[in-house]
Design a protein around this ligand. Sequence first.
Ligand code: ZN
Length: 432
Amino acid sequence: MWLFFTVLKRGVNETVFEEQMANMKTKQQSTPITYKLIRKRAKAMEKDTTRFLADLVRTQSFSSKEKNVIGVIKKEMQKIGFDGIKIDGLGSIIGRIGKGKRVIAFDGHVDTVYPGDLSAWKSDPFKPFVKAGKIWGRGTVDQKGGVATMIHAGRLIKELGLNDQFTILFTATVMEEDCDGLCWQYLLNVEKLKPELVVITEPTNMNIYRGHRGRMEIRVEVKGKSCHGSAPERGDNAIYKIARIALEIEKLNERLKYDSFLGKGTVTISEVKSSSPSLCAVADEAGIHLDRRLTYGETKASAIAEVKDAAKRAGYPDAKVYVLTYEEAAYTGKVYPTEKYYPTWALDEKSPYLKNAVAAYAGVLGKQPFVDKWTFSTNGIATAGMKGIPTFGLGPGNEVYAHAANEACPVEHLSGAVAFYAALVAKLNGKV
Ligand SMILES: [Zn+2]
């Protein structure tokens, strides 16, 4: 009975939705496209966009466990009437609108981090609700808000007929929290997508961001010689060696480059490991794990060379230095290994895409945007960092609430983001 009721209810909603779409199509023929019209329509959709975001939050989707939420997104894309829908080998879903020669993409990752300590949450992280002008729950900011709004921007683009020059792809991608950019390496290298512009929908507090530092995970290992702990002079303790290297890494951090836009490159040690035959023996092996953040102009080669130099300064030029590999399976079972090197990127301040974005923002939201950078890393490391595709981003929610308890996103950001994405498409099509 309950099931029957749910199905019936969904049927009624769909009919109302169809009617709204039909009404919009008739209006569209007589109403000229203006920023004001786009803003008004996005605002009118705000409740439904909030409902869609709540559907996404309710459907848990940790990295490599995104299958169910991809199903929810597919249904929404079908309801809106996307022109094409595809799920790729890693399990990301790609919705398409239009079939123009020029290709642009909007991207949002669908996986979230775990809620962590539940006692820090004032409510169930997976039972979203609206209170004090915000929608609360895990992923509302990072970054199901971005996913919901880009897909509803697709709905608005269709309703108002804002696109005729472009193939617009809406990629709701997997595994970003575990390995940023992996999904886009797959989309570019295997699926052969060729967008001329990628818009990232990660949280920016409704600012426009045009880059961020890159990162790397590096391991340094040294060998020693074990012997009985009662006579250490017979052996060669690997822990003393790695400790000297660790102190050189601390000094290296002070020497790293500074960039006026992206800030300073950094390196820190996140883990020390060693082994010995027993707790009464000299350690025969030791290693450290480095978290390296790369600023503008720093690359994998330069970062590795610096760590090798630090080991040399410590007196151990033979230390093994290497980049770790990510090789977890996607929910589809596919393993697509990649080095844990996530290159730095920044879009040129003078980029015409950025100019169009700033104009669309000012037109539709009625103020000048603040153009800045993310503190964290995004899928831009693949699109811009690896492939040089012009990339920038705007997303609902403030990044300070990402990965935090009591994550919440202002509801007005949702209609604001829908309006911005649709206005950008209208601007690129020369319609506004
Ligand atoms: Zn994110």
